[in-house]
Design a protein around this ligand. Sequence first.
Ligand SMILES: Cc1cc2nc3c(=O)[nH]c(=O)nc-3n(C[C@H](O)[C@H](O)[C@H](O)COP(=O)(O)OP(=O)(O)OC[C@H]3O[C@@H](n4cnc5c(N)ncnc54)[C@H](O)[C@@H]3O)c2cc1C
Length: 347
Amino acid sequence: MDFHFNAILDIIADWRRNKEILQDLNLMDKFRETHQHFMDESQLTFSKQQETLLNFHFGNLEYACGTSLSNISSMNWDQNEDYPQFSGRNVLMADGFSTILDKITENLDIVYNTEISSIDYSDKVVVKSSDGQSWTGDKVIVTLPLAVLKNGIVQFTPPLPQNKVTAIQQLGVGYMEKVVLQFKERFWSDKSSPSEVFGRVETEFSRRGLFGVFHDLSKENASGKSCYILSTHISGDSVEILKQKSDEEIISMCIETLSELFPKKKVPKPQKYIVTRWYQDKHIQMAYSHIPVGATGDLYDDLAADVQGKIYFAGEATNRQHPQSVTGAYISGMREAEKVFTSMAIS
Ligand SMILES: Cc1cc2nc3c(=O)[nH]c(=O)nc-3n(C[C@H](O)[C@H](O)[C@H](O)COP(=O)(O)OP(=O)(O)OC[C@H]3O[C@@H](n4cnc5c(N)ncnc54)[C@H](O)[C@@H]3O)c2cc1C
């Protein structure tokens, strides 16, 4: 099924090389159409179990895309693959990104926990916070999440130019949430070692984004005491399920899932847990960007363009080559810092 799923994506990649295609389709419909065509032509039949395995692959791709495949462009969903990408193994930042951030922000004057409410660039750039503070400068780099830009929480004066507004409106915002559980024992030890993952195949299509992969984040703390942690995610349409449930209900569903995965074990109640709700956090409101049906990667460039050499934009949604990632966000910050530095050196 692995091979079949990737083969269908390859066929779709071939299809869009045909320059005469006039109409984009969402990736879910295009996948289904191509899959059906393949089944008709090959006269193959898949077992119920094999069909169900497709749910895992859909869920996994929706995890990567940060949204349902029904929302994304089959023409341009993976446009960044046209640029060189990073290779090598995935790396887990076991102690979080602060390990890096603390180092690179050493000796910098950073104002934390302060909400910016307006940016006026009619003359000098004046940035104001909702608690009444104000900063004036020649230039500013804005790294607000795309969803925050969409909702107009920060007011720009004069309003941003039309191509910027269009990019903000058109580029897609996806949702993904995490569930992290701490247990008193590592009942899953037969399935994975610390830092490894184990997956799960969901039989119901509508729940394909629920708890598809579990990351084993167990580790010893400084005093040598072991901490047994599993982290999983909820992606695509399944985020709607999360929105309807309390944290306790989500945890019960997750424990039920783990009990099905480990039928011979008595899965205990977690000692502690976290259910994220970034979708409703005023300052986040999203997971990462995607290219919706009918749009192209140009939107990333439009979002990255500076305005009058005064307002510069960074963040994952401004990085056409490496969107949707911490790496992309980091590189975009370096890119804009370089642009500001160069423009000031020239002027
Ligand atoms: C569940 C999940 C799993 C992920 N997994 C990975 C992964 O494995 N690898 C990977 O590379 N990426 C991953 N990502 C994506 C990655 O987290 C994002 O692409 C990245 O964090 C985007 O960085 P950013 O700087 O553009 O935005 P953000 O990290 O969202 O930073 C924007 C900042 O702006 C602040 N802000 C918002 N409004 C205001 C305001 N009015 N005033 C002042 N500040 C404000 C916010 O508080 C926030 O700190 C994942 C994302 C999610 C949700």
